[in-house]
Design a protein. Structure first.
Length: 145
């Protein structure tokens, strides 16, 4: 049952990305180009994501287990540290330069051509290399703030 729900949720997420235009790099870059040819339509995508998620978090805060009776993880500590700032900056730079983030990159594999595949492979490689680079720089301990 858990796999069925994951499949349906992933399909719904992918369909939402396609319908909203999040897989169109020109639309995403138009959203990010606030001083040029700005395209504000993705604000509706943002609102359409934030509102139901805010409701879901309010409901989750009253529960100890999911609908499938899996324990819910504790909410993360609201700490702004170096890893969060650097990771956010790298994510934003990659998103702005390519017009894709991980979800739309996966969705665009079916129609993105070799450019979409190249971006996806580079993204996966970076995800695999990053923990090793961090361990090398910090000597295997958590980086200080």
């Amino acid at each position: 049952m858990r796999l069925v729900i994951a499949f349906l949720a992933g399909g719904l997420f992918g369909a939402g990305l396609l319908i909203s235009g999040m897989t169109d790099t020109r639309k995403v870059q138009g959203w990010l180009d606030i001083f040029g040819d700005w395209d504000p339509t993705l604000a509706f995508v943002l609102g359409g994501a934030i509102l139901p998620m805010a409701l879901a978090w309010r409901i989750a805060n009253t529960r100890t287990a999911s609908l499938l009776q899996s324990p819910l993880p504790a909410p993360p500590e609201p700490v702004i540290d170096r890893n969060l700032v650097l990771g956010s900056g790298l994510f934003g730079a990659g998103w702005g330069l390519s017009g894709l983030c991980p979800g739309p990159a996966m969705a665009s594999l079916s129609f993105g051509g070799w450019q979409g595949l190249t971006f996806f492979l580079a993204m996966v490689a970076a995800m695999m290399i990053t923990p090793r680079v961090r361990n090398f720089w910090t000597g295997g301990r958590e980086a200080p703030i």
